[in-house]
Design a protein around this ligand. Structure first.
Ligand code: ADP
Ligand code: ZN
Length: 703
C-alpha cells in the first residue's frame, strides 16, 4: 500500500501534513473512530479525503450545506479524484446514476446532506463503505450553537455499520459539546484529536467602535483587489454600509437572509469567483464557502461569543498567507446582544459566553493568549502579531478619575446605569438628568474634561478591574465593590490604560506585506481564465498560496512544476503547460527589458495597466469589463487613474462639456465636506451613472 505522504503529494500536491492530519489519517486507516477538533481553515477535509483514497469502498461524507458539497466535489475532481454528491435537489435520474456509480465502486467520496442520508441508507451495504465522515459534527448536539435535527439520524450509523470507522469533525471546542457528540454518535471510545486553535497567520486587532466608516475606508486603502468580508448585526446595517462603500468607489455588496435565494447565490458566486471583492453580510454569509483567499475580515459589530468570532475570522487566510482581522467594539453592541439573549433559551450559558467575548474585546494583553486560553490551550508567550502586542497600552495613574467615578456611583445611590453615570460626571444638561435632580449632586460635572466615549471606556476598564459591578439584569445599574471602597477611603491607586483611539497607528508595521509581482498578477489572470473555462471558482484551480509558490520557485519544466505546493499529478497534467508557458514568456520579457539584471520585478503591475492594454487594442469598455470580469464602473475608474498618471486617453469621448459643467454646478450647490458621490447621484435624480460623476469631477478639477 502506498504511504499517506506520497499520496498527499500525488493527489493534493502538498509536501507535508498540517498538525494532527497524519495521526487522524492513520487512525482511520486502522479503522478507529475519531473525533477531531480543528479550527476553521485547519485542514479538516484532507483528514478524511486521504484515507478515503486508501480504504476499500466509498467514503460517505455528511455535510450540512449543499453549496459547500459542490465546491468540495469540484475541488476533488480537479485533483483527479472521483467524487460526487447525493441530495434531494438532484433529479431522480441523476440520483439513480449516483447510486449506480456507488454500487460499481466508481466513487471514492460521496457527499450527502443529513436529510438525504435516510434515503441513501437502504442502498448502502457495509462492504461498500470505506468510512463515514461527519462534518460540522456539533450540529448533532443540542448543546452546540447550531443544532440540526436531521443530524440525530446519524446516531444509528454505528449500530447499522459497526465495522466502519466514523470520523466526526468540528471547530467547536467546549467539552460538553464534545462529549455529547461522542454519545450521540455512539462512538464513546473514539480517538480524540485536539488541534491547536492557533492560526498564526491571522493578525488580530480590536478598535473602539467609533467613526467606523472612516476607519474602514482607511483600512481598505491599500487592499485593492483583495477579498474580504464585513460582518454586521442587522440586515439594514449591511445595506447601508455596502451603499456607503459603493459611494466611495468600492465594489461591495450586501448579503443577508432577507434576499431571495437566487440573489444570495449570485452574490456568493461573484465573491467566490473574485468578481466582487467586498461582501457586507450578516452572519449568514460564509458558512457555505471554502474560498481560500479571503484576505481580511471586519466585524462591524461584536459577535455574540468567541466561537462565532473565531469561526468568522477563521474564514480569512485559509491558504495560510497573512490575513488581517479587525473587530469594532462598542458598549452599545453589548447591550443589543444582551437583549437578543433574553429572548431565548439557556440564557445563562449565552450570557456567560457574551461576557467572555466582551472581555476579549476589552483585553489589554496579547489577544491570542486570551483567545487560545478560551479554547483550553495554555499559552503564555506574547504572539507579537496582534494589536496589543504591537502597541502595548500605556497606563497612567487614574486614581483621581476613579475616585470621581466611584463617588458619583455612590451619590447616584448605585441605581443608575453607565450612560447616566457618564452624563452626570460630564455635567450633561439632558432632561433625564434634570428630572432626577442629579444636577445638584456633588460630583455633577467633575469629569467634564474627558470625552463621553472615553469616559465610558474608562468606566468599563474599572468594571474589568473589579472596582465596579454591572447588574445587567437590573437595567445595568452600577454597584461599588469592596475594592471601590478601598479606592475611596484607603487611598488605593488605580492604573488605567490610556485610550488610543487617535494615537494608535492605523497601519500595521510588522505584518508581512503582500509583496506582489507582475508575474503574480499574470498568474492570477491565467487562473481566472481557466476558472471561467471550467466554470469553477478560481481557488479550485489553484490557491493563492500555489501561485505565490510559482512566483517564488519559477518552475521551468513539469518536474519543477510538481514541486509547487498544491500541484498534484492531475493538476500538473491539466494546467502545467499553460502556467509554465506563461512563466517562461514572463521571464524572457524580463530579460529583454533588463538584459543584465536577472532579479525578479517585485513591483505590482497596477490592475489598470491591464485595462490600458485592452484599451490600446481598441476594445470597448463593455468588452474590457467582460474580459476582466469587472463592472464597467471599475473600468471607467481605471481610465481616470490612467489619465491622471499621464496616459494618452481621451476621456472626452465618454462625457461631454455640458455634463461636466452640470457636475461642476452641482458641486458648488452641494458644497460637500467629504468626497461622496451619492449626493450627486441624487442631485441628478439617479440618471447620471456614478462613473460619469466621478469622471466629471475629475475633469472639472484637472482641465
Ligand atoms: P477546514 O475544513 O478545516 O476549515 P479545509 O479543509 O478547507 O479547512 O482546508 C483549508 C485549506 O488548507 C485548504 O485550501 C486546503 O487545501 C489547505 N490544506 C489542507 N491541508 C494542507 C496541507 N497539509 N498543506 C497545505 N495546505 C493544506
Ligand atoms: Zn499578541
Amino acid at each position: 500500500m502506498a504511504k499517506p505522504l506520497s499520496l498527499l503529494k500525488k493527489y493534493f500536491g502538498y509536501d507535508s501534513f498540517r498538525p494532527n492530519q497524519e495521526a487522524i489519517v492513520q487512525d482511520l486507516l486502522d479503522k478507529k473512530d475519531v473525533l477531531a477538533i480543528m479550527p476553521t481553515g485547519g485542514g479538516k477535509s484532507l483528514c478524511f479525503q486521504l484515507p478515503a483514497l486508501m480504504l476499500d469502498g466509498t467514503a460517505i461524507v455528511v455535510s450540512p450545506l449543499i453549496a459547500l458539497m459542490k465546491d468540495q466535489v469540484d475541488a476533488l475532481r480537479a485533483n483527479g479524484i472521483s467524487a460526487n454528491y447525493y441530495n434531494s435537489s438532484q433529479p431522480v435520474e441523476v440520483q439513480n446514476q449516483v447510486l449506480k456509480d456507488l454500487h460499481q465502486q466508481n466513487i471514492k467520496l460521496l457527499y450527502v446532506a443529513p436529510e438525504s442520508l435516510k434515503l441513501l441508507i437502504p442502498h448502502l451495504k457495509e462492504s461498500q463503505i470505506g468510512l463515514f465522515a461527519i462534518d460540522e459534527a456539533h450540529c448533532i448536539s443540542a448543546w452546540g450553537h447550531d443544532f440540526r435535527p436531521a443530524y440525530k439520524d446519524l446516531s444509528q450509523l454505528k449500530e447499522k455499520y459497526p465495522n466502519i470507522p466514523i470520523a466526526a469533525f468540528t471547530a467547536t471546542a467546549d467539552s460538553a459539546t464534545q462529549d455529547d457528540i461522542l454519545n450521540q454518535l455512539n462512538i464513546t471510545t473514539a480517538q480524540k484529536h485536539l488541534a491547536s486553535f492557533d492560526r498564526a497567520n491571522l493578525y488580530l486587532e480590536v478598535r473602539p467602535g467609533t467613526k467606523r466608516l472612516p476607519q474602514i475606508l482607511e483600512f481598505l486603502k491599500n487592499k485593492t483587489d483583495e477579498s474580504g468580508i464585513i460582518y454586521c448585526l442587522s440586515r439594514k446595517g449591511t445595506e447601508s454600509l455596502a451603499d456607503n462603500l459603493v459611494n466611495y468607489g468600492y465594489d461591495a455588496q450586501a448579503y443577508h437572509a432577507g434576499l431571495d435565494s437566487d440573489e444570495r447565490s449570485k452574490i456568493q458566486d461573484s465573491f467566490v469567483n473574485d468578481r466582487t471583492p467586498i461582501i457586507v453580510a450578516t452572519i449568514a454569509f460564509g458558512m457555505g464557502i471554502d474560498k481560500s483567499n479571503v484576505r481580511w475580515v471586519i466585524h462591524y459589530n461584536m459577535p455574540k461569543n468567541i466561537e462565532s468570532y473565531y469561526q468568522e475570522i477563521g474564514r480569512s487566510g485559509r491558504d495560510g498567507l497573512p490575513a488581517h482581522t479587525l473587530l469594532f467594539y462598542s458598549y452599545a453592541d453589548v447591550i443589543q446582544l444582551r437583549k437578543f439573549v433574553d429572548e431565548s433559551a439557556n440564557q445563562e450559558v449565552q450570557l456567560a459566553k457574551l461576557e467572555r467575548m466582551q472581555q476579549f474585546a476589552e483585553a489589554l494583553n496579547c489577544r491570542r493568549i486570551t483567545l487560545l486560553n478560551y479554547f483550553g490551550e495554555q499559552k503564555s508567550e506574547d504572539c507579537g502579531h496582534c494589536d496589543n502586542c504591537k502597541t502595548p497600552p500605556e497606563f497612567f495613574d487614574g486614581t483621581v478619575l476613579a475616585q470621581k467615578v466611584c463617588s458619583a456611583v455612590y451619590r447616584l445611590k448605585q441605581r443608575e446605569p453607565i450612560t447616566m453615570l457618564v452624563d452626570v460626571l460630564r455635567g450633561s444638561r439632558n432632561a433625564q438628568v434634570y428630572d432626577k435632580g442629579y444636577q445638584n449632586i456633588k460630583t455633577y460635572g467633575v469629569a467634564k474634561d474627558v470625552s463621553w466615549l472615553d469616559l465610558q471606556q474608562y468606566i468599563i476598564q474599572m468594571v474589568n478591574q473589579g472596582i465596579l459591578e454591572i447588574r445587567f439584569h437590573e437595567k445595568g445599574r452600577l454597584l461599588l465593590t469592596p475594592l471601590a471602597k478601598k479606592i475611596l477611603f484607603e487611598g488605593r491607586k488605580v492604573k488605567l490604560a490610556r485610550l488610543q483611539t487617535q494615537s494608535k497607528p492605523q497601519k500595521i508595521t510588522g505584518l508581512p506585506q503582500q509583496q506582489s509581482s507582475g508575474l503574480f498578477d499574470e498568474l492570477r489572470q491565467l487562473r481566472k481564465q481557466i476558472a471561467q473555462e471550467e466554470q469553477v471558482p478560481a481557488y479550485i484551480v489553484f490557491s493563492d498560496a500555489s501561485l505565490k509558490d510559482m512566483e517564488k520557485q519559477l518552475p521551468k519544466d513539469g518536474k519543477d512544476f510538481l514541486q509547487i505546493s498544491g500541484v498534484g499529478e492531475a493538476k500538473n497534467k491539466k494546467y502545467g503547460q499553460r502556467f509554465l508557458a506563461l512563466i517562461k514568456t514572463y521571464l524572457t520579457e524580463q530579460n529583454e527589458s533588463k538584459p543584465k539584471k536577472k532579479t525578479r520585478k517585485t513591483k505590482k503591475t497596477p490592475t489598470e495597466n491591464i485595462t490600458y492594454q485592452y484599451h490600446q487594442e481598441g476594445l470597448s469598455i463593455a468588452e474590457i469589463a467582460q474580459k476582466r470580469e469587472y463592472a464597467e464602473t471599475t473600468i471607467y475608474g481605471h481610465l481616470i487613474k490612467l489619465h491622471r498618471s499621464g496616459k494618452p486617453i481621451d476621456l472626452w469621448q465618454y462625457i461631454d462639456k455640458t455634463e461636466v459643467e452640470n457636475i461642476l454646478k452641482a458641486k458648488n450647490e452641494l458644497n460637500l465636506e467629504e468626497e461622496a458621490l451619492k449626493p450627486y447621484y441624487e442631485y441628478f435624480e439617479e440618471k447620471m451613472p456614478y462613473w460619469k460623476i466621478k469622471m466629471g469631477l475629475y475633469l472639472a478639477e484637472n482641465n
